[in-house]
Design a protein around this ligand. Structure first.
Ligand SMILES: Nc1ncnc2c1ncn2[C@@H]1O[C@H](COP(=O)(O)OP(=O)(O)OP(=O)(O)O)[C@@H](O)[C@H]1O
Ligand SMILES: [Mg+2]
Length: 240
């Protein structure tokens, strides 16, 4: 059995007549956290949408646990939880109602104890769980979206700017969640603008520029990624 969870080979994706990913190749092993960094418009969200099977490759291959996104989109979607850039939660529903509704779409009916355990995990205050999301801050909404992704209990998790809008304490909580999931064998591909957070939580970091993966960085023996080198490269790219 392969231990590669996500594989891209010479991936090309065209959107609106423009090539937004080209010649992209990388692998993420099972239980690994891979962070994709890049400026606005570099193609980070496009990469996740492609692995979700929501965009079809125009050339090359994208595979999830051996299933091609082009040939087996249902098999792919059942193995992936996806936290989009802008969560699609309902403002007029409470946190618990949102979780119940979205899980029912995949025929899942967890009991209230399970839902509350997921909200405990993301530290959403208990008294707010019965209030509609209209009264939530951005960070609180993000916590509900993360809880929803956790409840899907899938082997692969795709996260689009998961810490956007979270305060520093919530970011730390989130990193601990990611580490626990990876220890359990969940594969995580996250895209982010948070260079420091990415280097803290990921075992490998990829740098994306104009739809091409221009560099990959591995954690050293101590488990840390060379943050200064990535920052210099990132800033050089932005200036060029
Ligand atoms: N629906 C769309 N139709 C056509 N082009 C699109 C569409 N969505 C995104 N693009 C283009 O694809 C390219 C990559 O966009 P993408 O959203 O993947 O970037 P990103 O790295 O996620 O950026 P950001 O950091 O701003 O979220 C951009 O040039 C963007 O203009
Ligand atoms: Mg994006």
């Amino acid at each position: 059995m392969t231990n590669v969870a996500l594989k891209a080979i010479d991936l090309e994706v065209i959107r609106g007549g423009k090539t937004v990913l080209s010649g992209m190749s990388f692998e993420v092993k099972q239980g690994e956290v891979f962070a994709l960094l890049g400026g606005n418009g570099a193609g980070k969200s496009t990469t996740l949408l492609t692995f979700m099977g929501l965009l079809c490759p125009n050339a090359g291959v994208a595979e999830v646990l051996g299933h091609s996104v082009a040939d087996a989109p249902e098999a792919v979607r059942s193995r992936i939880a996806y936290l989009p850039e802008n969560s699609a939660l309902y403002e007029h529903l409470t946190a618990l109602e949102n979780l119940t509704y979205f899980l029912s779409l995949s025929h899942e009916r967890p009991d209230p104890g399970t839902l509350n355990a997921a909200l405990d995990e993301v530290s959403l205050p208990v008294d707010s769980r019965y209030k509609s999301l209209k009264s939530y801050s951005k960070g609180m909404r993000q916590k509900v979206a993360i809880a929803l992704a956790l409840l899907r209990d899938t082997p692969v998790l795709l996260l689009d700017e998961p810490t956007s809008g979270l305060d520093p304490a919530a970011v730390e909580d989130f990193h601990r969640i990611i580490e626990r999931l990876a220890e359990k064998g969940v594969t995580i591909l996250m895209v982010t603008h948070d260079l420091y957070g990415a280097c803290q939580v990921a075992s490998r970091v990829g740098l994306l520029r104009f739809g091409q993966l221009v560099d990959k960085f591995e954690a050293d023996a101590s488990g840390s990624v060379d943050i200064e080198r990535i920052r210099d490269l990132f800033l050089q790219q932005k200036a060029s």
